[in-house]
Design a protein around this ligand. Sequence first.
Ligand SMILES: Nc1ncnc2c1ncn2[C@@H]1O[C@H](COP(=O)(O)OP(=O)(O)OP(=O)(O)O)[C@@H](O)[C@H]1O
Ligand SMILES: O=P(O)(O)OC[C@H]1O[C@H](OP(=O)(O)OP(=O)(O)O)[C@H](O)[C@@H]1O
Length: 216
Amino acid sequence: MLTLALPTGRVMKEAIDLCDNMGLPTAELRKAGRRLVVQENNYRYILAKPTDVPLYVSYGVADLALVGNDVLQESAIDLVELADTERGKCRIVVAGPEELRSIFTGHPSELMWLKIATKYPRIADIYFSSLGVQVEIIHLHGSIELAPALGMAHCILDIVQTGTTLQANKLVVLQEVAKVSLRLVASRQSTSLRWPQMSELLQRIGRQKGVVKDVH
Ligand SMILES: Nc1ncnc2c1ncn2[C@@H]1O[C@H](COP(=O)(O)OP(=O)(O)OP(=O)(O)O)[C@@H](O)[C@H]1O
Ligand SMILES: O=P(O)(O)OC[C@H]1O[C@H](OP(=O)(O)OP(=O)(O)O)[C@H](O)[C@@H]1O
């Protein structure tokens, strides 16, 4: 039995499609409804809130998981990234009103003490520290674009996919922080214990996109 944790919400369908690509059974999964654990043949799926997915792997409840690298970076949980599926793509960016563009193209010291609203406080801290800049990070849990609109923050660090939400709130991308996609991850322990099964899944992902990332 191999247990996979999958994120619910907007990336769930993409994650199930990826399971299909890996040759895993998904008929039951597709009609899970409100069930949070689904068993099909030799596989068990745990359907979890995206931010909790890394925890299920680190606690050994799941052998493997599909999860966005935004969630992985923010969680700071040390997992083995087996593959970048190159699906569920979006970007983490710093965005704000057009008037702020000039300070983002100037010397980083101009960014000192900006107020940044985000649901990714750890990623924001690492990013601005890497620029050698101290900023004030305001941790929100959603509707991040509200903060600059209401004058609570100068800009935001958030996910952008189509750009529709930014545009609707009169914000523009000021800097790209990271590219995001769904990653196949495992704990160090399950990687060594379950390597034959995992390697087979990796081969199948590799065949889908013509490349398999080396695992050391
Ligand atoms: N606009 C987006 N486009 C594509 N992927 C996104 C977007 N926003 C978030 N994601 C991805 O989806 C995952 C989060 O999904 P979702 O927003 O459904 O979860 P959530 O934050 O738990 O939802 P909720 O808003 O219900 O709390 C992240 O891993 C991220 O990679
Ligand atoms: O570029 P777009 O395609 O418009 O997508 C970006 C939006 O999607 C995410 O929010 P989500 O829908 O997860 O809602 P939230 O604000 O509650 O986090 C993100 O935080 C942006 O607000």
